[in-house]
Write a protein that binds this ligand. Structure first.
Ligand SMILES: Cc1cc2nc3c(=O)[nH]c(=O)nc-3n(C[C@H](O)[C@H](O)[C@H](O)COP(=O)(O)OP(=O)(O)OC[C@H]3O[C@@H](n4cnc5c(N)ncnc54)[C@H](O)[C@@H]3O)c2cc1C
Length: 80
């Protein structure tokens, strides 16, 4: 879930000069776009929404977004 744009603070810098694996400076927006593409290529679904509430205790994790609710259950054997 991302309320603004992929990359976060790093996307605001013109030049990322100290990051493992990048011996030469790279623009923050380019770096952020690489992060976004990498995540999507690995099957990550990016939802552009603000998280307004979370409940992470118990078997069912609940995340409330502005326009939808997400329920995630990592263990299907307990009936959730
Ligand atoms: C000018 C500048 C230069 C930098 N240069 C370097 C560098 O060279 N090397 C380096 O390693 N680090 C650098 N940093 C630091 C780096 O940007 C941070 O360490 C890094 O961004 C922290 O990542 P983060 O994901 O923890 O937080 P953030 O980058 O703050 O990302 C948080 C993300 O969560 C989103 N979000 C927040 N609340 C919600 C919500 N309720 N619902 C949905 N989304 C939400 C935000 O929109 C944001 O995209 C630099 C930072 C700046 C500002």
């Amino acid at each position: 879930m991302e309320k603004m744009y992929s990359g976060g603070q790093i996307a605001t810098t013109n030049s990322l000069e100290n990051y493992p694996g990048f011996p030469e400076p790279i623009g923050g927006v380019d770096f952020a776009m690489n992060l976004d593409a990498h995540a999507r290529n690995q099957g990550v679904e990016i939802i552009n929404e603000e998280v307004v509430e979370m409940s992470l205790t118990g078997a069912v994790k609940k995340v409330k977004l502005q326009r939808m609710n997400i329920r995630h259950c990592s263990n299907t054997s307990n009936g959730c």
